[in-house]
Write a protein that binds this ligand. Structure first.
Ligand code: GCU
Length: 593
């Protein structure tokens, strides 16, 4: 029977074939010091609003010249447009600004004989939201989650000489995704972080961590390794600057060892990093690691046993020119602006930021709250949605476990308190603790309106309670903030994880005139005066450093931008409130608060 050329028009289960190939946190690869072969540069890119590529199996075709076509088709890779990777397609063409669907990225790469015998893994730094990888016409792997890296083993499909790589990226907003379809930031799409080939030995190190045993003694380092195969053997760890070298017995591909050591503690005042080497068989991983102890004690935060106050600011990953793409200059500017503000803490809202952020924060001594986008009304009753959220959390922890600057894993933001939400987020909190006992588990919670207090039952599973409050803006009466603080005895450390007001840079007027810089500055003055009198607040982290894109905001002052930035979207024009906060943080620093 001849093949029916119309069959694909009637098959709505076309995506089922790709579900079994999903990769996630279980396929992570430890990347410290590894060789990478960048696949940055121009790829062929084809828009696909209806998933024709999956229906018609575009991936099965090699690029060719129309002169050789024997039948009509809808996909023409060789004639497709070129696009840079990394990039967000929304920023490439005006007609793609709001494109929500799939893009098909394609390119070739060589697999030289010198690399034969090694494993070759594809690392995608981030693809928003769902990605599917195809090599030489065959499906390799799928991944969901828009801000964490994933790894696909290409080895079985490689061929000597030229290889044809295709990555489909789909960024539709859906109620069952993490985040769901209603968000207050821009829904960029694309391969927006680095894409690399990573040569690996047959058996390699998937995970290699070193951290102070979280017992407050600052006197023991726990090393843990996991291999790509369930084999027995002996690995080795070394910290030359401490004269430390130890064997790690490996059983079933896993091993750990705890060694007495007194490294100079890492802190904002002294961000001391150590070279740490992990060896096992033919593989070696090198990391620069800071050793510190972060803990909650009553309503206080302690860093290396000393009281800690978080002088913070929230940041999104957004740029007027690059969209969600960031680069070294953009990140160094972010840290320079935060330093000028007097901040010692950044809340990376509302999803995992680029891995360079934690590396820079390690080097510069800035504390981080890093979070997954369990944002607003997530489909909390859906087991698939939970699996997605937990995988993003474990991929984030897998990527940044050795970053001293990350002191808190944020598991959610402004989620209404329902039983389904409580079960979902309590499970996430326990998953974070199982994966990493050396950091705080946090969430940005809503105020308990019945008690008008900081009293979210999720706090029983948190170490650090974030509170988002907008007294002076969404709730004009500042007396509410005083009442809230007076009513609250959380028994755990609290950080104001968001507050602020919109202001269009350059728009001036009275302090009561909304969207003026004067009004925003007044909100900061009043907030700081009230918060400064509270002994249950261990940190202030207002919303946020820069104006950023969001389609929800359409007044004449916003036009698709959230204007709560202390600096405009040009990342240069400071608003009056910047100096109000900077002055406050200088005062705290002078008092070593
Ligand atoms: C919320 C939310 C932010 C949002 C902010 C605002 O607190 O967490 O993502 O942008 O409010 O209203 O600007």
């Amino acid at each position: 029977m001849t093949e029916d050329p119309y069959a694909h028009l009637h098959d709505e289960r076309y995506a089922d074939a790709f579900a079994p190939g999903r990769v996630g946190a279980g396929q992570v690869v430890a990347m410290g010091g590894r060789r990478r072969i960048p696949l940055a540069g121009e790829w062929r890119i084809t828009p696909d609003l209806f998933d024709e590529g999956l229906r018609q199996r575009w991936y099965a075709r090699a690029p060719d010249d129309p002169a050789g076509w024997t039948a009509p088709r809808d996909y023409d890779e060789a004639g497709a447009e070129l696009a840079p990777v990394p990039s967000c397609w929304n920023m490439l063409k005006p007609e793609w600004k709001h494109f929500e669907g799939s893009m098909w990225y394609a390119r070739a790469f060589a697999w030289p004989p010198a690399m034969h015998g090694e494993r070759l893994v594809l690392r995608v730094g981030a693809a928003n939201y769902e990605a599917r990888v195809f090599l030489n016409g065959r499906f390799v792997a799928a991944h969901r989650g828009g801000s964490t890296p994933f790894f696909a083993d290409l080895t079985p499909m490689l061929r000597a000489g030229g290889n044809h790589l295709i990555i489909q990226v789909e960024n539709r907003r859906r109620a069952d995704r993490v985040p769901m379809h209603h968000i207050d930031w821009f829904n960029y799409g694309g391969l927006y972080r680095e894409v690399d080939l990573v040569p690996l030995p047959a058996v390699f190190i998937r995970s290699a961590t070193a951290a102070l045993v979280p017992d407050g003694s600052l006197s023991r380092i726990r090393f843990a390794l996991m291999l790509s195969a369930n084999i027995n053997g002996v690995a080795e760890v070394e910290i030359p600057a401490l004269g430390l070298r130890a064997a790690v017995p490996m059983e079933g591909g896993r091993g750990e060892v705890t060694v007495a050591a007194r490294p100079e503690p890492w802190s904002p005042a002294s961000p001391r990093l150590y070279d740490v080497v992990f060896r096992c068989g033919a593989d070696l991983v090198q990391e620069r690691i800071g050793f510190r102890d972060i803990r909650a004690e009553g309503e206080k935060l302690l860093l290396n046993g000393e009281p800690l106050y978080l002088r913070g600011i929230c940041v999104h990953e957004d740029d007027a020119g690059g969209g969600k793409c960031t680069g070294e200059a953009d990140l160094q500017r972010r840290f320079a602006d935060a330093r000028e503000l007097g901040a010692n803490f950044l809340r990376l809202a509302h999803y995992p930021h680029h891995e360079r952020v934690a590396e820079i924060a390690d080097a510069q001594g800035v504390l981080l709250w890093s979070e997954i986008p369990v944002y607003w009304a997530i489909d909390f009753a859906n087991p698939e949605t939970y699996a997605d959220a937990e995988n993003q959390l474990l991929e984030l922890i897998g990527r940044d476990a050795n970053r001293a600057s990350v002191v808190a894993w944020g598991i959610g933001n402004e989620n209404a308190d329902t039983d389904a939400r409580y079960r979902f987020m309590a499970a996430l909190a326990e998953a974070a603790r199982r994966a990493d006992a050396t950091r705080l588990v946090a969430a940005a919670c809503l105020i308990n309106r019945e008690e008008f207090a900081i009293a979210d039952r999720l706090a029983a599973h948190l170490d650090l309670i974030g509170v988002n409050e907008y007294f002076g803006w969404y709730e004009p009466d500042f007396a509410g903030l005083e009442r809230l603080l007076a009513n609250s005895r959380p028994g755990k450390p609290v950080v104001i994880s968001e507050t602020g007001a919109d202001a269009l840079a350059g728009h001036r007027g009275g302090v009561a005139e909304l969207f003026t810089e004067d009004c925003q500055a007044e909100v900061y003055r009043r907030q700081l005066e009230i918060i400064g009198r509270s002994d249950i607040v261990q940190g202030f982290c207002p919303w946020l450093l820069y104006d950023y894109r969001t389609e929800r905001r359409q007044t004449r002052f916003q036009r698709g931008w959230n204007r709560k930035g202390l600096i405009a979207e040009d990342k240069a024009t400071r608003k009056l409130a910047f100096e109000v906060l900077a002055g406050h943080y200088r005062g705290l620093r002078d008092r070593n608060a």
